[in-house]
Design a protein around this ligand. Structure first.
Ligand code: SF4
Length: 498
């Protein structure tokens, strides 16, 4: 395909996923769509119930030094993604190649992207330039694979990250991380590569996932008695970290959705273990798995466990949790957090994750289910809400819409991303980190009950009475009249089309 023709497409998050996927295949993207479907199998929800999935890829690119990130997509999508990036403190320019119907149909968009890439790829400034096709350019077949692979030594990485092919922004992180690992692996296979900034003098473990800053050093301390160290964590912060991560002895898929990245690590001959050193049971099992995979003597692994487990056990005992909790999120660490809370004493009947079931969370799933927890992969917001209503927990941990609903019901709630992911999870530091916020929230239950009774009778949704003397009353028959008008309008439009 030469990038010269493309149908004009409209639609996106809120409609037309099947149509866009078909269009992408018809426009020559079958291989890319097959890859995405295999790597990120769908679940019950149709479209992202959180932010645009491409944010995951964008964030990974923006966090890397000497890497430029350029978006190709509709202006509204790019506006939202740029806004969110800066909301999360990107402090970096988001590149954008705009298009209109004509430049898309004539193939000019591809030429514009190529020009933008040539303008950006300055070796003094960048190691790599990442171009991300959003929904419409992917569905229109804009062929990023025809971009040059490098310009004056600057690597060019083009990826398709459509909302109709990548279910969550978590998995979109993997799309770019996997693409970069593939490029770096190929470079390393061809010959010498740049020396990583920090080169460990011991065998290393490469963690997959985004963690609270205190977690990687904590994991390094757990590994030290086994004569091992931590490689740069993936997604990483600069290009040559990729070489150091690929050079690991064992890769650890602590966040279990990095399918493409695992494929590259395995292609480089690196074995991969799942789960993470969380709580007593989790840390013990993880050290065993890493030790046996790396061929560490059993007595040395035993000594490493003796060094780590008493402190974790003591931290859990000093920070008990006595609460019934439902937990849901889209970050990939939901099962690990649930394990930790349960080891501290919490009762957790339900865990929902937007991420798919993979082999790297199997141990966590089995541990939770053995203790009576229902684990829902690819959980929809509706499933999370339903579980919360059924369980009536002392505390609901979840996404923004779930927390909002919990508050309406008078259930204390915590936002997973801001409150849980912003604390350590692993080793002894993680074991003591969550109890304080859980107890602060559950202590606030009477306050929530007072709030619900205070707002009793004011109405909800479009009938909420704030600012009125009474609850607004819906004019009789208004809904039915509007429905009929809409139907008539749709029919009139249909007849124009025929
Ligand atoms: S790129 Fe993101 S915001 Fe735009 S239509 Fe696709 S999923 Fe929605």
């Amino acid at each position: 395909m030469d990038g010269s023709t493309a149908p004009v497409l409209e639609g996106g998050c809120h409609g037309g996923r099947e149509r866009l996927a078909e269009a992408a295949r018809a426009a020559g993207k079958s291989a890319a769509m097959d890859r995405l479907t295999a790597d990120y199998p769908r679940g019950p929800h149709d479209q992202p119930q959180s932010m645009c999935p491409a944010f995951g890829s964008l964030r990974v690119g923006l966090r890397m030094r000497r890497v430029a990130t350029i978006l190709s997509g509709s202006a509204c999508c790019v506006y939202g993604l740029t806004f969110t990036s800066h909301f999360y403190g990107a402090r970096r320019t988001v590149g954008y190649v705009p298009f209109n119907s004509e430049s898309l149909v004539r193939g000019q968009l591809f030429e514009d992207i190529r020009n933008a890439v040539y303008e950006t790829a300055k070796p003094a400034e960048y190691d790599a330039v990442v171009v991300i096709n959003l929904c419409v350019p992917t569905a229109s077949g804009v062929p990023l694979d025809l971009l040059p692979k490098q310009i004056d030594g600057v690597r060019i990485i083009g990826i398709d990250v459509p909302g109709f092919g990548v279910p969550t922004h978590a998995e979109a992180k993997d799309v770019l991380t996997g693409a970069m690992l593939k490029y770096a692996r190929t470079e390393a296979e061809r010959g010498p590569v740049a020396r990583p900034r920090v080169l460990a003098d011991r065998p290393t473990v490469a963690l997959l996932g985004e963690f609270f800053p205190a977690d990687p050093p904590g994991v390094g301390a757990l590994l030290a008695p086994m004569g091992m160290a931590l490689a740069p964590t993936l997604p990483c912060r600069e290009w040559r970290d990729l070489y150091a991560a690929l050079d690991c002895q064992v890769a650890a898929a602590a966040h279990p959705f990095y399918t493409a990245s695992v494929r590259e690590l395995r292609a480089a001959g690196r074995p991969v273990v799942g789960s993470a050193p969380v709580g007593v049971d989790g840390t013990e099992a993880w050290l065993d798995a890493v030790g046996s995979t790396a061929g560490v003597n059993a007595s040395v692994v035993s000594a490493a466990k003796d060094a780590a487990l008493p402190a974790i056990r003591a931290a859990l005992a000093a920070n008990p949790i006595d609460a019934r909790i439902t937990l849901s999120g889209y970050e990939g660490s939901e099962l690990l957090v649930a394990r930790l809370l349960m080891e501290a004493g919490a009762d957790i009947p339900y865990v929902g994750t937007a991420c798919p079931r993979t082999e790297w969370s199997e141990a966590d799933r089995a541990w939770l289910e053995a203790r009576g927890t229902h684990v829902q992969y690819r959980a929809s917001l509706e499933q999370d809400l339903c579980a919360m209503r059924d369980v009536r927990p002392d505390l609901a941990i979840g996404t923004t819409p779930l927390v909002q609903k919990a508050k309406e019901l008078g259930i204390p709630a915590l936002y997973f991303t801001n409150m849980v992911s912003a604390r350590p999870l692993m080793g002894a530091a993680g074991a003591g980190a969550l109890a304080a916020i859980v107890s602060a929230q559950t202590r606030g239950a009477p306050r929530f009950a007072r709030m619900v009774s205070f707002f009793e009778g004011v109405g909800t949704g479009d009938a909420s009475g704030y600012g009125w003397r009474g609850k607004p009353v819906e004019p009789q028959g208004a809904r039915e009249r509007t429905r009929k008008l809409r139907l008539a309008k749709a029919k009139a439009l249909e007849s124009v089309g025929t």
